[in-house]
Design a protein around this ligand. Structure first.
Ligand SMILES: [Zn+2]
Length: 556
């Protein structure tokens, strides 16, 4: 097969800068109901093909649809979460077209009178914030699933699973307020979060519970008019969405820059080829010949019912983020991570309620807990570390009972076995060494045995200090307090430097009998002294409360 010439050449940054992309998204989310929108068939995913079907969802003549109240309630929840006005009266319509996955020959959807309109969603990205208008939220039924590949005779046949036919969906249409693929990505992420928080959809993209189409056009910067719009379908993942939008934006600019004209059409994202392919050109939307669905009464939402649903709305992600920052003094960025799901946020709050220091908890959850959960492909509710167990561990860190380094070791054990911190600490004999004198003993031994590194620091290589920090940690099985090691190291180094300076000012120094600096570690004290072959003078000493090791001396 001849390789198709690419439709887009690389666009120069200058050309790119002259145009402004205009993007609107249409998101379909499957509602989390037990049964379908107009019949009692199960909506369960993964059942054997064509087992959850009946006369109604197969569109047999003489059957009548009945609206699922739960589906309507969930659509209202979504609409309220998106700040839409829920209409007291809305109406289903027939959208007529023929396709094998649509046995009735029409889809029941909402057209002129949608369930809800005029909403908005605030998105955050790259530190910025943007207000995105929501045009409408309406209810509709899903089509069946056509399978064009994966069977031995797929070349000749298409297989259809009608289980999905009649599954309740909401379509959420945004205003064309998005200007970059990054904004579109942020919008979809935020929208998914809201739908998950409100429990209206499981948003499982692999199972097709969340699907997205994009309307893209570009226009000259500064212009208010819209360019020719192209609809891109088949955006099955957030990553595909971003890539497809980038591709389309460049394609549009390329065509306009070379003097061409864009056609209003529907295109499919081809992930394997990394491009969009034309699917069909579409003159106008109304070739579907919409008309009011005669088999269903208009939908009426009484204000009292709407208010009742509003009262059961959970705290939404944006409000939760603000509250966590306000109540616990964590950063907006921490709050952003911790409110990614409502489960994660409630885990955080449970840890804090059980005594976990908020900032420490926020840090530990993001570094240790989430990293390990991610590595183990587990969700927060599968964590073997219960919130109060993490709180217990973090309180020990906060009160210096164990070092942060030891706590990480303990945490790993807790994560793998579900055992408590106290059990592990007792069993392994773990504690924190914070006493400066005890730290000194390990530190001086390290200095004595690593004289070359000590001299490197004296020579100006400050980074070698890390060597001693690491060495003392190793000598203490990571039980030493890192801050104390650093403080004591600085103190000893100051004395050592002072001793070295004293040598420079000694008038009695002679080449035959040079003055040298010695560090001596006695069982109960250490000293830094200046010595020549014949004399010695003490610079500094420190007495221990308890006996230490046998005397060791180093020097040059
Ligand atoms: Zn059915």
């Amino acid at each position: 097969m001849a390789k198709a010439a690419p439709e887009t050449a690389r666009i120069s940054p200058d050309a790119r800068e002259r145009y402004e992309p205009v993007i609107g998204l249409e998101v379909h989310a499957q509602l989390r109901t037990q049964s379908k929108i107009f019949c009692g068939c199960s909506t369960r995913f993964g059942d054997p093909p064509n087992t959850n079907v009946c006369e109604v969802c197969l569109g047999l003549p003489g059957t009548l649809p009945v609206l699922n109240r739960r589906a309507l309630e969930m659509a209202i929840r979504a609409a309220l979460a998106l700040h839409c006005t829920v209409q007291e009266r809305s109406r289903f319509a027939r959208k007529n077209y023929f396709y094998p996955d649509l046995p009735k020959g029409y889809q029941i959807s909402m057209y002129e009178l949608p369930l809800a309109e005029h909403g908005w969603l605030d998105i955050e990205f790259d530190g910025g914030k943007k207000h995105i208008g929501i045009t409408r939220v309406h209810l509709e039924e899903d089509a069946a699933k056509a399978m064009h590949e994966g069977f031995p005779d797929s070349a000749e046949k298409t297989y259809i699973d009608y289980n999905r036919c009649g599954t309740p969906l909401i379509e959420i249409v945004s205003e064309p307020d998005l200007r970059t693929s990054a904004e579109a990505y942020a919008y979809l992420t935020t929208l998914k979060q809201v739908l998950l928080y409100t429990g209206v959809s499981d948003c499982n993209m692999e199972e097709g519970s969340l699907r997205c189409d994009a309307n893209v056009s570009v226009r000259r910067r500064g212009s208010d008019a819209f360019g020719t719009k192209v609809e891109v379908k088949n955006l099955n993942s957030f990553r595909y969405l971003a890539r497809a939008l980038e591709y389309e934006i460049e394609r549009h600019i390329g065509i306009l820059e070379s003097g061409g004209r864009l056609e209003q059409e529907t295109r499919l994202w081809n992930q394997a080829a990394g491009r969009t392919d034309s699917m069909r050109t579409k003159e106008r939307a109304h070739d579907y010949r919409y008309f009011p669905e005669p088999d269903l009464l208009p939908v009426s939402v009484a204000p009292a019912w709407r208010e009742e649903i509003a009262r059961t709305m959970p705290e939404l992600p944006a409000a939760k983020r603000d509250r966590l920052v306000r109540d616990y003094g964590i950063t907006p960025s921490d709050a952003g991570v911790l409110t990614a799901t409502s489960e994660l946020a409630s885990y955080f709050e449970s840890v804090v309620r059980a005594g976990g220091p908020p900032k420490l908890t926020a840090n530990w959850m993001q570094t240790e807990l989430l990293r390990r959960l991610n590595d183990a492909s587990k969700e927060i509710n599968e964590s073997l570390v219960a919130p109060d167990a993490l709180a217990d561990l973090l309180m020990r860190v906060e009160s210096n009972q164990i070092s942060a380094a030891i706590a990480k070791v303990v945490f790993l054990e807790m994560f793998n076995t579900g055992r408590s911190a106290s059990e592990i600490v007792v069993e392994k004999g773990l504690r924190q060494i914070t006493g400066p004198e005890e730290i000194d003993k390990y530190l001086l031994l390290s200095l004595l045995e690593n004289y070359r590194q000590l001299e490197q620091i004296h020579g100006g290589k400050i980074t070698t200090k890390k060597f001693f920090l690491g060495d003392v940690m190793k000598r203490t099985q990571r039980q030493a307090n890192a801050v104390t090691i650093e403080e004591q190291l600085d103190r000893i180094l100051d004395t050592y430097e002072a001793a070295k300076r004293t040598i420079d000012t000694r008038v009695d120094a002679s080449p035959d009998d040079p003055v040298r600096v010695f560090i001596t570690l006695y069982p109960e004290m250490w000293q830094i002294s200046l010595s020549t072959g014949t004399s010695s003078s003490l610079i500094s000493e420190n007495k221990y409360a308890e006996p230490g090791t046998a005397p060791t001396t180093t020097g040059e």
